[in-house]
Design a protein around this ligand. Sequence first.
Ligand SMILES: C[S@@+](CC[C@H](N)C(=O)[O-])C[C@H]1O[C@@H](n2cnc3c(N)ncnc32)[C@H](O)[C@@H]1O
Length: 247
Amino acid sequence: MRFDVISLFPDLFQILTWQGVVGRALERGSAELHLWNPRDYTQDPHRTVDDRPYGGGPGMVMKVEPLQAAIEDAKAVALHSKVAYLTPQGRPLVQDTIAEIAAAPGWILIAGRYEGIDERLVERYVDEEWSIGDYVVTGGELPAMVVMDAVMRLLPGTLGHQDSARTDSYVDGLLDFPHYTRPETVSGARVPPVLLSGDHQAIARWRLQQALGRTWRRRPDLLERRGLSSEEQALLDEFMRTHRDTG
Ligand SMILES: C[S@@+](CC[C@H](N)C(=O)[O-])C[C@H]1O[C@@H](n2cnc3c(N)ncnc32)[C@H](O)[C@@H]1O
């Protein structure tokens, strides 16, 4: 999988190489990261990368020519990659979208700055617009890193344990079950006894029930979208009965 990122702050992406799972994916070559800085394509002595908006008003817009040259150069080498612009106006990213993104051979990601990029560049080059949520951050670098991190952990061989991503929240339309580790008692709170039982079937049943119960409590919208098998519905009914009084 190949990522080409167009950013005025390419150094920020160093952080991806520090971290275990993603750093390993880049080191082993299951993912490649190439950085393109529009500033390297400027022609003026000040290396200007922003410009005033037509129509006036506050804020600047990314300067067209250097950004366009960077996009053209990235497209000339990343021949099989589509172009995505990270923008708060884009399609909100969810786990299913991340899985679709991970199935492509590569992506050219445009990280905006200032008020964003000229609309004509969006119309000409951008295949997809993605948002990391209904809020605005300063630049597209963090959103681009969020996407790359979420995608890279799905690539074969990236996670330490083959099954680790399978039970993660959203993968099967549910939130993850709660996790516990040693010691058995923390400040008087004990591990649920079933997890110490060694009974794998009972543990799997308990975990599924917890996942269903958590999703029902915290994200009922997910349950509505997903639907439940009769076995899952029975587990959830039991969870609801048991937890009716505990809120
Ligand atoms: C300050 S923002 C510009 C926001 C723009 N004026 C708007 O209101 O739609 C600068 C850049 O940060 C990135 N950005 C900000 N919030 C984002 C979000 N929620 N998802 C993805 N990218 C975002 C985009 O690349 C954007 O061009």
